[in-house]
Write a protein that binds this ligand. Structure first.
Ligand SMILES: [Mn+2]
Length: 337
């Protein structure tokens, strides 16, 4: 099958008190309908949201729920991430039903594990991140993809855009940061994303030519494009402007370089870089709404958790808040369609 998916921002809901849980459940309900979940799956999703929200209040005092539709290989699902800055917990023990750090009832992580089709968690002294994804039962082939995208505080329009394409064993990923923020930045980013969707595997020079044309009437933006071929294990990367890109493999992290310029306005040339034998490695793309000084080695074990947790933890600890932010993490494995 093929997937050509226009990205959307995450819905990020602060949870500080029990009265907010009803709202979270209603948002989840809308997401369930949007993703086409059947009634049973939507019911599981509602329970997952209530359980994760209650957990945030009980164990961390407060936190955030992130909700989004996620592309499975066969059908859409809905993802819920619970992220907090609480004291963390010992995951192995919490997965045994009934165990509690508070001496009250259990954390419910065991129940979550049974309700969700995909479940994973990461916790340390800085807090916890818990992932649950619900698909129509039996139809799920989960993608090892994590996305957190959020507009600048106080805005609903998002000036960042992302796009994902899977086609005959090839993966294409795009991240755009439209100049500035707000609706004009959004218009620029979406114009680029629409052009990208039509030719995601063109070689970078003509592809950036297309993007440049599409974004010329807008204020333009920074663009990065990654193309991975599962058959050859080769990744090609090209970028103009300030999109961060890191490739994490067995050795040191590799930063993937972009050239200066603004797509839609002026840039002198595009240069693409090829990386051989990267099957199994992790690719992280991020807009400059995320600080760039993070190092995943500061989070022991996180590299091997679900990419959604990696995106969520980086967003929790390194987002600037005064710009739109996108963090996209994808494992270059298991993505053959
Ligand atoms: Mn930006």
């Amino acid at each position: 099958m093929e997937l050509n998916l226009r990205g959307t921002p995450s819905e990020v809901l602060p949870i500080d008190e029990a009265s907010q849980l009803g709202h979270a459940r209603r948002v989840a309900q809308r997401r369930a309908e949007g993703a086409g979940l059947d009634e049973t799956a939507a019911g599981r999703l509602a329970l997952v949201v209530m359980e994760l929200g209650t957990n945030l209040l009980k164990h961390a005092g407060s936190g955030l729920l992130y909700l989004r539709a996620v592309p499975g290989l066969d059908c859409q699902g809905v993802e819920v991430l619970a992220v907090d800055r609480g004291p963390g917990f010992e995951l192995g023990r919490c997965l045994v039903d009934g165990y509690s750090t508070r001496g009250t009832q259990g954390t419910g992580l065991g129940a979550l594990q049974r309700l969700a089709d995909v479940f994973d968690a990461y916790a340390d002294a800085r807090g916890a991140a818990i992932l649950a994804r619900v698909y129509p039962r039996g139809a799920a082939r989960d993608l090892p993809l994590g996305i957190v995208q959020q507009p600048i505080d106080g805005e609903t329009a998002c000036g960042d855009a992302w796009h994902l394409v899977l086609q005959r064993g090839r993966l294409g990923v795009l991240v755009i940061d439209g100049l500035g923020h707000g609706s004009e930045a959004e218009r620029a980013a979406q114009a680029g994303a629409a052009a990208y969707a039509g030719a995601p595997f063109d070689s970078p020079a003509p592809l950036f030519g297309e993007l440049n044309r599409a974004m010329t009437a807008t204020r333009g933006g920074a663009v990065a494009v990654a193309q991975y071929d599962a058959a050859t294990g080769c990744l090609t990367f090209a970028g103009i402007g300030n999109i961060g890109a890191t490739l994490l493999g067995p050795g040191k992290p590799r930063g993937l370089a972009s050239l200066p310029g603004i797509v839609g306005n002026q840039f002198r040339k595009v240069q693409s870089f090829a990386y051989e034998d990267v099957a199994g490695q992790l690719l992280i793309l991020f807009s400059d709404g995320l600080q760039s000084r993070w190092n995943l080695d500061d989070y022991p074990g996180l590299r091997h958790r679900h990419p959604a947790l990696i995106a969520a933890v980086l967003h929790r600890d390194f987002r600037r808040g005064r710009d739109d932010v996108t963090v996209l993490a994808i494992a270059l494995e298991g993505i053959r369609d």
